[in-house]
Design a protein around this ligand. Structure first.
Ligand SMILES: [Zn+2]
Ligand SMILES: [Zn+2]
Ligand SMILES: [Zn+2]
Length: 122
């Protein structure tokens, strides 16, 4: 006869495994997006093979022309900054093409990541 306590710990374990799996998927997705970011920064092809390349290109364009900006509360800009920041932290490239990679604004470096949208919709 299974005790109530046994059932609880089993559910807890299942929940924990679920969270771990979810994290793993997110890290994998994030890595893909960061790879895409590096690609898009130097992509000159109008008909690129990457499905999401044009979306990231659009995001870069938006960042250049946006009048609201991340500080003004623009969601798209915040997403872009979040990605650029993540990239810049892990980037070892001395001649990186990613916008602002070598000159990351200290303001964004110190801002809490919790203020940014957790993941871009690509
Ligand atoms: Zn491309
Ligand atoms: Zn914007
Ligand atoms: Zn870089």
């Amino acid at each position: 006869m299974p005790s109530a306590r046994g059932k609880f710990s089993k559910n807890f374990k299942l929940g924990f495994t679920f969270i771990l799996e979810k994290c793993k998927i997110r890290v994998r997705q994030l890595r893909k997006v960061l790879d895409l970011l590096v690609h898009t920064a130097q992509c000159r092809s109008a008909k690129c093979q990457y499905t999401n390349c044009s979306k990231v290109k659009g995001l870069f364009q938006h960042g250049i022309h946006c009048k609201i900006s991340a500080t003004g509360g623009c969601v798209l800009c915040k997403k872009m900054w979040y990605l650029l920041q993540l990239h810049a932290r892990g980037c070892k490239e001395s001649e990186c093409h990613v916008p602002r990679c070598r000159f990351m604004d200290p303001f964004y470096y110190h801002q809490s990541l919790a203020d940014f949208a957790p993941f871009p919709v690509l």
